[in-house]
Design a protein around this ligand. Structure first.
Ligand SMILES: Nc1ncnc2c1ncn2[C@@H]1O[C@H](COP(=O)(O)OP(=O)(O)OP(=O)(O)O)[C@@H](O)[C@H]1O
Ligand SMILES: [Mg+2]
Length: 317
């Protein structure tokens, strides 16, 4: 676990945090029954599994033999994955395994050295960052990337900009259509912020929000692009246990309300095992295991490469 997690924990009132965490863990118990653990997963091509409810629909994402080299380093290699339309999937593995690089390949921050990525059945070869965004992928970043000096609402509007159409002339001359779309932008922004109960923060400067709230705002901004697949890179990093429990609940709610798929990278195994239905494990750029939370937790190779080391790190805390 990264050191920033400990710093944030250290600044909390421990008693208050534990009390909140206890209440939320009772809630979490109820949620777990409806997410990760109990979902029936079925095999599909690309050597993957998807939730049974998604099996008859085309997958939202399919990667075949995806890979990238940085000089002599095969950062990601032979990455095969299929994600169901309403699946919550996890990508885990040790530091430097290639998880963020895989996200960078899916979103065209990097062009793959080899392999293909299909979003909703469409081959993304030749697409750039903005085209894959329009095709339906949105993401958050491991290191938060917000426009710190803009307000919370303005940050969400940046995500919305390709959703609501208003021509140049109506904007320049403040025609009625301009004001109608301004109102539409405003209402939509507040509606999205409300997913995280943040509508009341709309006029605050993004950079002045506490760390956890900035992470939540990044998710809202990504959601504003109306994605079919939401990629979250360590969404719980730096959050305290009660914030993490609340985040888990919200991720499930986002999937349910928006009927989209979510692929998340996370080192917090309570979160991953609690809400992910299918999990892929990366190690040195290669997927070494795929399966349900239960299968992954008992996979010897995964324990040796990653989960065992996580436990050691916790023991040392
Ligand atoms: N642009 C780049 N140029 C060269 N090497 C890179 C580049 N981006 C990533 N790498 C290397 O690729 C490997 C995978 O890095 P990546 O950031 O994807 O790991 P990760 O699994 O996300 O790790 P973490 O859990 O620490 O975030 C690392 O060895 C990293 O140094
Ligand atoms: Mg990373």
């Amino acid at each position: 676990m990264s050191s920033d997690v400990r710093e944030v924990k250290g600044s909390q009132s421990v008693a208050a945090t534990e009390k909140k965490a206890d209440a939320l863990s009772a809630e979490k118990g109820k949620r777990d029954a409806s997410t990760g653990g109990n979902v029936k997963m079925v095999p599909v091509p690309s050597d993957s599994i998807v939730p049974e409810r998604d099996a008859n629909k085309s997958p939202v994402l399919e990667c075949r033999h995806l890979g990238i080299d940085f000089g002599g380093l095969r950062a990601v290699d032979d990455f095969n994955m299929m994600i169901g339309r309403t699946e919550i999937a996890g990508l885990i593995g040790p530091n430097g395994a290639g998880k963020t690089t895989a996200f960078n390949l899916l979103t065209k921050v990097y062009n793959p050295t080899r392999g293909t990525v299909l979003i909703d059945g469409v081959d993304t070869a030749g697409m750039d960052i903005s085209k894959v965004s329009k095709a339906g992928i949105a993401r958050t970043f491991q290191n938060i990337r917000l426009f710190n000096s803009l307000t919370v609402e303005e940050n969400v509007r940046i995500g919305l900009h390709n959703q609501i159409k208003c021509g140049m002339w109506s904007g320049m001359f403040r025609l009625p259509r301009h004001w109608a779309s301004e109102k539409e932008f405003h209402n939509k922004s507040l509606e999205l912020l409300d997913v995280f109960h943040m509508a009341g923060n709309a006029n605050e400067v993004a950079g002045s929000l506490p760390y956890g709230a900035q992470r939540r705002l990044e998710i809202v901004r990504a959601l504003a692009t109306n994605p079919k697949l939401l990629l979250l890179d360590e969404p719980a990093a730096g959050m305290n246990p009660s914030e993490t429990a609340e985040l888990m609940e919200t991720i499930v709610r986002i999937r349910d309300e928006f009927q989209i798929a979510i692929l998340l990278i996370e080192h917090d195994m309570d979160l991953v095992m609690g809400i992910c239905e299918g999990i892929a494990v990366l190690n040195f750029g290669k997927i070494i295991a795929k399966g349900t939370p239960k299968e992954i937790q008992s996979d010897q190779q995964v324990i040796e490469a990653y989960l065992g080391k996580q436990d050691d790190a916790k023991d040392g805390e």
